[in-house]
Design a protein around this ligand. Structure first.
Ligand SMILES: [Ca+2]
Ligand SMILES: [Ca+2]
Length: 271
């Protein structure tokens, strides 16, 4: 008795396995693609790698010149300054010392930026969140994008002469001291970050040197290593509008706490 064991024809067989293999590859590719897309950590904004114009070619202070092209790798940066509510979680979980202005009603609402933190406090918080402070280059790129503007929203008076888009000193901008970190959406940077100009000065990772731009590396500069003062950026509620230009470079010692000093954090995208 003859038994036919060829249940599937050779043609069908090849075609079936080819289709199966292609389907498998497609699923694999889609899955990999999904995992390789940047997934923003909560409250953070993705800034792609690439060059931008750092500093300025004229005006401002000597330390803001010359304008030069700088490359940064991709990173995530806080859309907002770190708030009192966020910093409170850190203090409660780590027993890190409380900021000195926490009993001051002008500064302590939960949704307002934490102030009175020094560079070391800011770094401790950033590390607790799995990140660090932004380098000056990262901060400036996030604040102005790639077109060399001097304010996050564009040119100085692009938003008119009323100040409902930035918290500075002595203007009708709704707040005499700090303002909520989510306020002033009209002054958002090209990447959608708020209060890069004004509200609180923001500590950066870098040490400060007046002539750093004359010899800084083109890719991912991290500031001079031998200087003891740290950079602060963006101006605050205690500065006028010109003090809130995104090229302005303030500095202070890493142990100084002031009621106009705060920060936001960075998490590298490809650590
Ligand atoms: Ca103000
Ligand atoms: Ca700010």
């Amino acid at each position: 008795m003859k038994i036919n064991i060829t249940l599937i024809s050779p043609e069908f067989n090849t075609s079936f396995f080819l289709r199966l293999a292609i389907s498998f590859l497609l699923i694999l590719t889609t899955t990999f693609h999904a995992f390789s897309q940047p997934t923003n950590p909560p409250g953070m904004t993705y800034i792609p790698e690439g060059y931008f114009q750092m500093g300025r070619s004229s005006g401002g202070e000597k330390d803001e010149r010359p304008m030069h092209y700088v490359y940064t790798s991709a990173f995530y940066i806080g859309k907002y300054e770190v708030s009192n509510a966020e910093y409170r979680k850190f203090v409660e979980m780590t027993h890190h010392p409380k900021p000195p202005f926490w009993n001051d009603d002008r500064f302590n609402p939960p949704d307002f930026p934490v102030v009175g933190v020094n560079w070391n406090d800011a770094m401790a918080y950033a590390r607790w969140r799995g990140g660090r402070l932004p380098t000056e280059a990262e901060w400036e790129k996030a604040a102005r994008g790639v077109d060399g503007r001097l304010f996050p929203w564009g040119a100085k008076w692009d938003k008119g002469f009323f100040f409902y888009f930035v918290n500075v000193y002595g203007e009708d901008d709704n707040f005499a001291y700090t303002a909520p970190t989510t306020y002033y959406e009209g002054g958002a940077s090209p990447f959608g970050l708020l209060n890069m100009s004004g509200n609180v000065w923001e500590w950066c990772l870098d040490g400060y040197s007046v002539d750093y731009y004359r010899n800084s590396p083109e890719r991912n500069p991290e500031g001079p290593k031998i200087f003891s003062m740290k950079v602060l950026r963006g101006g605050s509620w205690a500065n006028d509008i010109d003090g809130a230009e995104v090229t302005r470079r303030a500095r202070n010692f890493p142990n100084v706490r002031k009621e106009m000093y705060g920060f936001r954090i960075v998490i590298p995208a490809n650590p």
